[in-house]
Design a protein around this ligand. Sequence first.
Ligand code: GAR
Length: 191
Amino acid sequence: MTKIIIFISGRGSNMEAILKETKNGILKGIAETVLVFSDKEDAKGLQTAKDFGIKTTSITAKGKNRNVFDNELIELLSHYKFDFIILAGYMRILSEIFVRTYKNKIINIHPADTNLHQGLHAYEWAFENKMQATKITVHFVNEGVDTGKIIAQQEVDLRGAETLEEVEKRGLAVEHKFYSEVLSEVFGVRS
Ligand code: GAR
């Protein structure tokens, strides 16, 4: 069984999808979530994780620079046994020291083709550029922002999507299914 820690910063709908798939879907018997971590104490997703019976914790970022925060986080994680860190809407950029500590063990979902768009507001970018399609990307995390090795991508049809809400709705529907599918393949290879 692959042990994972999920990182969130807010709503946590991708985390929820993974927890559902772990309980009763494609990740059942393959993955186990040992912790949900947030850099925001008030992240809505923390309650969702608790409702699934998953242990949660957070560290406040207030007044700490990136290295101080990440060193605290590394210390916290040293008390857990896990194979992968799964970023699911984790909006804090990870320091080099963090990424090096968990080299090839951090996976992220990005709501755009990381070759074309990195960082925040990827659905706004697709909407404002009137794109007919965008690509959801699951990738390993390296020291850059959304520059790590791509594991898999899935296209989202945006034809006829007239509002940003519609773009997000279509994108998230793909994210929720796709992330667990890709993770099941990555973890399946390990076992
Ligand atoms: C998702 O669309 C995720 O792909 C995106 O934030 C949203 C989080 O929603 N992540 C990024 O933009 C990372 N650069 P969620 O909290 O409901 O999963």
